[in-house]
Each structure stands twice: as structure tokens, then as C-alpha cells.
Design a protein around this ligand. Structure first.
Ligand SMILES: [Zn+2]
Length: 95
């Protein structure tokens, strides 16, 4: 079984393999990290890609001095989403 570039939503590790299709026809994944409680999960490539892009944009805009409201308006997301993302990356930004 080949490892693919999908992160487990629980442990964030990429030790994930495809694990069949669920009833809705969506790809199911299995986390191979033995310390992780999460076993199988569903993830959609398109959503994952979009979210990762957005996170990067939020960080980039913050580094370039954009305010939370500006970032939210430009990326068409809520100020709460921007704030949450910035909080998660606080250490990275505070350097
Ligand atoms: Zn996991």
C-alpha cells in the first residue's frame, strides 16, 4: 500500500493510506499511526487544497501587514476564521 499526501485530521501525520469507498462514494482513509485514536476518515482533495491555500494566504497577508478585516474581505471569509488561523500561527508570526 502506497502512502499518499493526506494528513490525518486527528494526529496530523501523513501516515495515511486509502481505505476503500464509503456509502456516499467518497474515498475513505486509514491512519496508520498506531498511537492515533482516529482510524478511518473521509477527506476530499478539493476541500483540503482550498483550505491549505487559504491558510497560507492568511499568514502571508498578516506578514505583509494586512489587518484582520482586510484579510477577511479579500479572502471572502469571516474575521473569526482569520483570527483563529492567526492564533494557531502566533509563534510563527511573532518571530
Ligand atoms: Zn491519525
Amino acid at each position: 500500500m502506497a502512502t499518499i499526501e493526506v494528513k490525518c485530521p486527528k494526529c496530523k501525520k501523513v501516515e495515511v493510506v486509502k481505505y476503500g469507498i464509503n456509502r456516499q462514494g467518497k474515498q475513505r482513509y486509514l491512519c496508520k499511526n498506531q498511537e492515533c485514536e482516529k482510524e478511518t476518515f473521509i477527506l476530499e482533495y478539493s476541500d483540503l487544497g482550498r483550505e491549505e491555500d487559504r491558510k497560507e494566504q492568511i499568514i502571508e497577508m498578516a506578514i505583509n501587514g494586512s489587518g484582520i478585516r482586510d484579510t477577511a474581505r479579500v479572502l471572502k471569509i469571516s474575521t473569526t476564521t482569520v483570527l483563529n488561523e492567526l492564533k494557531k500561527n502566533y509563534r510563527k508570526l511573532a518571530r
